[in-house]
Design a protein around this ligand. Structure first.
Ligand code: ADP
Ligand code: C5P
Ligand code: MG
Length: 242
């Protein structure tokens, strides 16, 4: 269980309760109420569970790019599962070489390893709101997170991007990643289709999924995702039941 004294005020500065109330679904309202509890005179510092947003999408769909902007604008801590794993490689930890080989193959790192890194990152942060990027990638990731970290995410973003566009972006990402080559990209796309899409469907069925059309410039995509957090409506964002 979460036992940390925290404040939601920083994110709330940009929230607009009157507009949030106009949003379409009870679920959104529930999230908005949570965002707005302090604005509306809720108790000040108190024990609270963190506000967790999972961020999903195929490789190259723009998760990391958009998370960085959301973190900056709304005060989230951005935790990229891939970055946490790559850090293990660069620190040469006991799992480092196993992680390196798994990433090279475009496969999924054993869930306990990834969940532990996420848990440690959350625990070591004073923040109370997180974007967890690139996780959960599999049903096992999802279930273990629920068991070990506890609870479900408050919401899930899905950056929906055609495969051709994702491949194009990955091939020009130019960050020296060992998995941004055509062979590994093919494997990662298949893993996404086979094991991550079912997780996305799971959250859709739970009414937690926000699908964002990820084609267009970075600015255009950000204009679609921003309203999810500000409570403004925008045509490019829809709550999905697929
Ligand atoms: P992901 O984290 O989903 O794998 P990234 O955010 O790393 O994706 O983006 C992959 C590559 O595509 C990066 O080089 C990034 O600069 C670029 N990129 C991100 N968003 C867009 C966009 N909307 N249009 C074109 N290129 C983009
Ligand atoms: O999200 P990102 O593209 O940075 O992930 C890179 C790689 O890290 C994935 O292809 C996969 O090998 C590994 N990974 C994983 N489990 C996660 C997230 C990433 O195994 N939940
Ligand atoms: Mg990324």
């Amino acid at each position: 269980m979460w036992r940390r004294t925290i404040r939601l005020s920083s994110i709330l500065a940009s929230s607009r309760p009157s507009l949030i109330i106009q949003t379409e679904t009870a679920y959104r309202l529930k999230i908005s109420e949570r965002f707005c509890s302090e604005v509306n005179g809720g108790s000040p510092a108190r024990d609270k569970t963190p506000f967790i947003t999972f961020v999903l999408g195929g490789p190259g769909s723009g998760k990391g790019t958009q998370c960085a902007r959301l973190a900056e604008m709304f005060g989230f801590t951005h935790l990229s599962a891939g970055d946490l794993l790559r850090e293990e490689i660069s620190l040469n930890t006991e799992n480092g070489s196993m992680i390196l080989n798994t990433i090279k193959e475009g496969k999924i790192v054993p869930t306990e390893v990834t969940v532990k890194l996420i848990q440690e990152a959350i625990n070591s942060s004073a923040n109370d709101k997180f974007l967890i990027d690139g996780f959960p990638r599999t049903e096992e990731n999802r279930l273990k997170y629920e068991q070990i970290v506890g609870g479900e995410p408050n919401m899930v973003l899905f950056f929906d991007c055609p495969k051709d566009e994702m491949v194009k972006r990955l091939l020009s990402r130019n960050q020296g990643r060992i998995d941004d080559n055509i062979e590994t990209i093919g494997k990662r796309m298949e893993v996404f289709r086979a094991v991550t899409l079912p997780v996305i469907n799971y959250y859709s069925n739970k009414g937690k999924l926000y699908k964002i059309m990820a084609v267009g410039t970075e600015d255009e995509v950000f204009e679609r995702v921003k309203p999810i957090f500000t409570g403004l409506k925008f045509g490019g964002v829809m709550k999905l039941n697929i």
